[in-house]
Design a protein around this ligand. Structure first.
Ligand SMILES: NC(=O)c1ccc[n+]([C@@H]2O[C@H](COP(=O)([O-])OP(=O)(O)OC[C@H]3O[C@@H](n4cnc5c(N)ncnc54)[C@H](O)[C@@H]3O)[C@@H](O)[C@H]2O)c1
Length: 324
């Protein structure tokens, strides 16, 4: 038996990625699943072979002895489930966005502060080995001076009847990944992200439904400055970032498998990134969560961090201009 017995709540599209990471983590074992949709529950039983399966997650929590729970529902369904799991002192992975708004994230944080379980926000970009390796180089050179991120997609389809009740606006529900990445890349210590103190946001809509556009200029508490651009409606999924510090620039193409172009001391760096120095090429959020639980350390994306990233997303969404 592995060290950590795992349950998954919500077995839709994105849960398949979590199932794969749990399977690849030798210290975790999938024990049980919960899903309200009968077909998805059957598919999860067939594909992932848990010992038990439930349509009511509370029955799973009552009947199965679990250490860790992954909650992979849409944002509008998360809050009561997260609060229940943390209330039962389970280690809890929370999907992004952590609720519909920062008020819900704060309620999750309040539950986490009373819990013996650890909580991690599943912002998986923080845990990509290439991101960690670039970040390490930045920090060795004093930390990022400027960070920039792009997050573009086709029309989202999130704000239609039936979806918008459980999905906040795109910058919160989805482009949150790169808002959070800006904070993470701007951080000056291995386990710390920077906090936004000033933001000049633009938030507007195209003529077609589901095509919001966002621009933002951000100042962080450590002096780093950031810019962000996001457009739903470009027809393709494009995700990138760039970071600059003294005698170093890195361009991160995160659209598919990460591709990094690095310039050090005035020249293109042909050496591959040292991924072994940041946990190896297979490092991911699941491995990190197992490390944190078994070594009693704090995850790099706890709910305190989730509140800060949600506050910044909401500021950009409302076109806030000035100090936060
Ligand atoms: N990190 C990423 O790259 C990434 C990518 C895609 C989606 N996501 C996030 O993952 C989450 C899920 O997205 P998805 O595309 O898998 O959605 P989905 O609708 O395919 O899956 C969610 C599942 O949760 C189930 N569910 C809802 N309430 C439940 C409950 N009380 N008990 C048990 N099951 C319940 C639904 O029936 C559904 O099957 C969203 O929050 C989304 O933002 C993250």
């Amino acid at each position: 038996m592995a060290d950590l017995k795992v349950g998954v709540i919500g077995c839709g599209g994105h849960a398949q990625g979590h199932f794969a990471m749990i399977k690849d983590e030798p210290r975790m074992q999938l024990i049980s699943v919960a899903e309200i949709d009968d077909q998805r529950l059957e598919r999860a039983k067939l594909n992932h072979e848990p010992e038990s399966a439930f349509s009511d997650y509370r029955e799973m929590l009552d009947q199965v002895d679990l250490d860790v729970v992954y909650i992979v529902t849409m944002p509008g369904h998360l809050l009561p489930i997260v609060v229940e799991c943390l209330g039962r002192d389970l280690h809890t992975s929370v999907e992004k966005s952590p609720g519909m708004n920062v008020g819900e994230t704060q309620q999750m944080l309040d539950a986490a502060r009373k819990s013996k379980g650890k909580a991690i926000l599943s912002v998986n970009r923080r845990y990509k080995p290439e991101v960690l390796a670039v970040r390490k180089l930045l920090q060795e050179r004093g930390g990022a001076v400027q960070v920039a991120a792009n997050y573009h997609k086709p029309p989202s389809g999130l704000q239609v009847p039936g979806r918008k009740e459980v999905a906040p606006p795109e910058i919160i529900c989805d482009a949150i990944h790169h808002v959070d990445l800006l904070r993470w890349m701007a951080g000056r210590a291995p386990t710390e992200a920077a906090t936004a103190v000033e933001v000049y946001g633009h938030s507007w809509h195209g003529k077609r439904g589901g095509t919001p556009r966002y621009n933002a200029v951000i100042a962080f508490d450590n002096g780093c400055r950031g810019t962000m651009m996001s457009h739903y409606g470009v027809g393709y999924r494009i995700q990138s970032a760039e970071v600059h510090t003294e005698d170093m620039s890195a361009y991160l193409d995160l659209t598919r498998v990460p591709k990094i172009t690095l310039y050090l001391d005035g020249a293109l760096c042909e050496e591959p990134l040292d991924l072994d120095a940041v946990g190896g090429p297979d490092f991911n959020e699941t491995r990190h969560f197992a490390d944190c639980i078994l070594n009693d350390t704090t995850p790099w994306s706890p709910l305190e961090e989730a509140v800060k990233t949600m506050e910044l997303c909401e500021a950009i969404e409302r076109g806030h201009r000035g100090r936060l």
